[in-house]
Ligand binder design. Structure first.
Ligand SMILES: [Zn+2]
Length: 482
């Protein structure tokens, strides 16, 4: 007699710690059993395939609100389609703040947009204006509603915070039990270099990389860590592009500071040379921090293996190339500093990391699961509901053909974006089915899910991001509303 609604049969189950042959029995959207000989009303044949937890992408920009009232081109429906096609079942996206305004109103608007999602989702709250009202009144409410991470930029006009404002965000997070995620680059150094490059007539896309060499990232990461250490507030450094930045994180981790490092597929397979393609083409590869070189990429893998960088997310950017809302917003001859930064990567994240990591022998499949699913789920308070294959967890799974060779084309990614920076990249390993809370939502590239079937993941307080209690002079400055 069938005990389960669905059994994923005969595959090799990959958990964060083990790989073994087993069936996965699913009922009521949850994993009920992992074992042999399970019987289900329906079965999904996984013989010869890996069965892994669905991807958890904790850094993607989907349908993000813009100040003019429009949004990114990628909607929650198209973004979800791309995610499911690529084996990702949960995302954390960004609710914005516009300078001079609050955070509650855009969050309410953003919740309405996200209600169409087909993957499960949560939000980071961006803080661009650390006013008294936002920091003292709105942040506690927003965090209590389950948006348990705040995002800050140390560079970019008009988003960046100065050190005092950053400290106020760190203190607010400490008071309310949120994690802070940080875009680390030195604002003034980049502005100064941009001015000099433009004065010298160097305006093409490749000078984007010249405007922000690795030391602007390293300096800001060092400063972010020092300030977070002083406040005793856990942080994650976003999109680490090179080993020099990871070394700053590693040194702090060794002293017991709660700082984690994220990197992204673009830093493994793109380099500054891509931005030097003829004409405007280089714009397709512009993101910040800028991709470096092959030695930096190999160095990042080393930092991944050491555990300094323990999350690989996409930093998916939700706008196109040949598009007035995207790279061509200011025309073909726009100087590099007027070209929007960011590359799409939600659907290509898992295949690239698997291929470059597992297929090329740099990491094993368990480490792949940790980097792309379990660790992000743990760090952002989604574990054990997400990021693992164990009884009681949501039945979010990806069935993976580890041998399948695919040349990436934009069509395969099924996003609304009109390009991928990975066009022509050959990968080994590809998702062949995706299951979200027990429902088969992708098979052989065909995504079938109901808009609105994704659930908001409210994140409760959790131990991993609790402050350490170690403060300079034992004095908790964050207890004061200053
Ligand atoms: Zn981002």
């Amino acid at each position: 007699m069938a005990e389960y609604d669905l059994v994923i049969e005969g595959g090799t189950v990959v958990t964060p710690s083990d790989m073994f042959r087993a069936d996965v029995g699913i009922a009521h959207g949850k994993i009920q059993a992992v074992g042999l000989g399970l019987k289900g009303t329906r079965t999904l044949d996984a013989r010869g395939r890996l069965v892994m937890p669905g991807g958890v992408d904790t850094h993607c920009h989907i349908e993000q609100l813009r100040e003019d009232g429009t949004t990114d081109e990628e909607t929650f429906v198209t973004g979800s389609t791309s995610a499911l096609a690529g084996g990702t079942t949960s995302v954390i996206t960004f609710s914005t703040q516009f300078k001079g305004h609050g955070i509650s109103a855009p969050l309410a608007e953003y919740r309405r947009l996200a209600a169409k999602s087909m993957v499960d989702y949560s939000f980071h709250q961006i803080i661009t204006d650390a006013s008294d009202d936002v920091i003292f009144r709105e942040v506690p409410e927003v965090v209590a509603s389950g948006v348990r991470s705040l995002k800050v930029f140390l560079t970019y006009d008009p988003l960046h915070l100065d050190d005092r404002q950053f400290l106020r965000v760190l203190a607010a997070a400490r008071r309310t039990g949120a994690l802070v995620t940080v875009h680390c680059e030195n604002y003034e150094a980049i502005r100064w270099r941009i001015a000099a490059l433009l004065a010298d007539g160097r305006t093409g896309p490749k000078y984007h990389a010249w405007s922000r060499p690795s030391m602007v990232e390293r300096e800001a990461a060092h400063r972010a860590i020092a300030l977070a250490e002083m406040v005793d507030q856990p942080i994650q450094i976003f999109h680490v592009s090179c080993p020099e930045v990871a070394e700053e994180i590693e040194r702090a981790q060794r002293r017991g500071v709660k700082v984690w490092g994220e990197t992204c597929p673009q830093y493994f397979v793109l380099s500054s040379a891509h931005m030097d393609r003829p004409g405007f083409e280089g714009a397709k590869f512009m993101c910040s921090p800028a991709p470096r070189d092959e030695a930096a990429s190999e160095g990042l893998w080393e930092e991944v293996r050491r555990g300094t960088l323990d999350v690989i997310s996409s930093d998916h950017s939700g706008y196109g190339y040949d598009s007035p809302r995207g790279k061509r917003a200011h025309g073909d001859n726009a100087p590099f500093n007027d070209i929007p930064n960011g590359v799409p990567g939600l659907g290509s994240r898992l295949p690239i990391v698997f291929s470059e990591g597992v297929s090329k022998g740099r990491i094993d499949a368990c480490e792949f699961v940790r980097l792309t699913s379990s660790n992000p789920a743990r760090l952002f308070g989604l574990h054990p509901r997400k990021g693992t294959i164990a009884p009681g967890a949501d039945a979010d799974l990806v069935v993976w053909d580890a041998e399948k060779r695919v040349t990436i084309t934009n069509d395969l990614l099924q996003h609304v974006i009109d390009y991928t920076p990975y066009d022509g990249l050959e990968v080994t390993g590809w998702p062949v089915a995706t299951v979200r809370r027990g429902e088969i939502v992708m098979r052989d590239g065909k995504v079938q899910a109901e808009p609105g079937s994704g659930q908001f993941l409210a994140r409760e307080p959790y131990a991993m991001i609790r402050p350490t209690g170690r403060l300079p002079d034992g004095f908790d400055a964050s207890a004061f509303l200053v």
